[in-house]
Ligand binder design. Structure first.
Ligand SMILES: Nc1ncnc2c1ncn2[C@@H]1O[C@H](COP(=O)(O)OP(=O)(O)OP(=O)(O)O)[C@@H](O)[C@H]1O
Ligand SMILES: [Mg+2]
Length: 311
């Protein structure tokens, strides 16, 4: 059982229009509504890989019902804590003439400390039967920057492997709490540490306490900095598609690899293959495993030391 926490769950709404023209009125050709947020996407990919998962997070208002029924429809078990404000909507307007998406992301409801306490209590009840925990996405308004770090400590107390994918002070505190794996993308990592070199920033995050740092580099692939060594892997080619959620597929592969006790180069190969499969899907949180199996043997994993990339 792999638990995923999504602190700021969303209702992802996609509008399809013939052509998007700011300042004009549009006929919406199709509307899709799905449960979203990074941890939800991770759970979707883990489920495709055959893992049991439980989605934890906060929901509220009229949008909460749509989120919970979509999770149920997708077969994703969930335990959601009710908060007062409405679950945020994340609206993508897709222009059918060129496939381009324009996004509008709401901030999300305020989550008071008492609701975070409630989440910790429920997580503590589930951790004895869990193999891993993923905490993914930004913190909703009103949250303490230490919230992710508290979940990391809770998982560690139960000897459960934890992966954190977040940014800024919450990422720094999760690292300091000893997160087993953190997976920022390059921009997030560099902004958080305030330097311009990925290897230097990852090394600094490890110095602060993160056991392993996996940095996703968009179409260039991924670099892993771990106690066993450092590796880099790239997809066989730059794919055209929807990269939103590809980082979440990577997180799913990394935690699945950790649960299996796989060697780091294998985890990295799987993460690159699975995130490439995610790029081919128009919807975040969905992968076709046939794509993953097709890509995996084509991925070259190189040791950074051998490349002279480590200092
Ligand atoms: N165009 C692409 N072609 C092939 N693989 C890609 C492409 N874009 C991304 N990937 C793969 O997906 C991984 C994650 O992408 P990226 O670094 O953009 O993550 P991210 O910004 O965290 O994504 P998100 O948070 O939206 O899920 C990359 O490390 C890479 O392996
Ligand atoms: Mg990401």
């Amino acid at each position: 059982m792999i638990l995923t926490v999504t602190p700021n769950i969303a209702l992802d709404i996609t509008y399809r229009v013939d052509q998007l023209t700011p300042g004009s009125s549009h006929r919406v050709r199709r509307v899709e509504e799905r449960a979203g947020g990074k941890g939800v996407n991770v759970a979707g990919v883990l489920r495709a890989l055959g893992h049991d998962t439980v989605v934890l997070g906060f929901v509220g208002g009229a949008t909460a019902g749509t989120v919970t029924s979509d999770l149920a429809r997708g077969g994703l078990a969930h335990e959601l804590i009710a908060v007062e404000g409405p679950t945020r909507r994340s609206i993508a307007v897709v222009d059918s003439s060129n496939g381009e998406a324009t996004l509008f992301n709401e901030a999300g409801p305020r989550v008071p400390a008492t609701s975070w306490d409630d989440l910790e209590t429920r997580l503590a009840a589930r951790l004895p039967r869990a193999t891993a925990l993923v905490v993914s996405g930004s913190l909703p308004p009103g949250s303490d920057d230490a919230a992710c770090a508290r979940l990391v400590r809770l998982a560690a107390a139960h000897r459960v492997t934890v992966l954190v994918d977040t940014v800024g002070p919450a990422l720094l505190q999760a690292a300091a709490a000893g997160a087993d794996i953190v997976k920022p993308n390059a921009g997030e990592l560099l902004d958080t540490i305030g330097v311009s070199d990925v290897a230097a920033a990852a090394t600094e995050l490890r110095r602060r306490g993160a056991k392993a740092v996996v940095v996703s580099l968009g179409a260039a692939g991924m670099a892993a900095f771990t106690p066993e060594g450092s590796w880099r892997a790239a997809p066989p080619t730059r794919l055209a598609g929807n990269p939103t959620g590809s980082g979440d597929a990577a997180a799913a592969a990394l935690i699945a690899g950790a649960v299996a006790g796989a060697p780091w180069p294998d985890r990295l190969r799987d993460a690159v293959a699975l995130s490439a499969a995610a790029v081919l899907q128009p919807t975040a949180g969905i992968v076709d495993l046939r794509d993953y199996h097709r890509f995996a043997p084509q991925i070259l994993v190189e040791e950074r030391h051998a490349l002279g990339l480590d200092r």
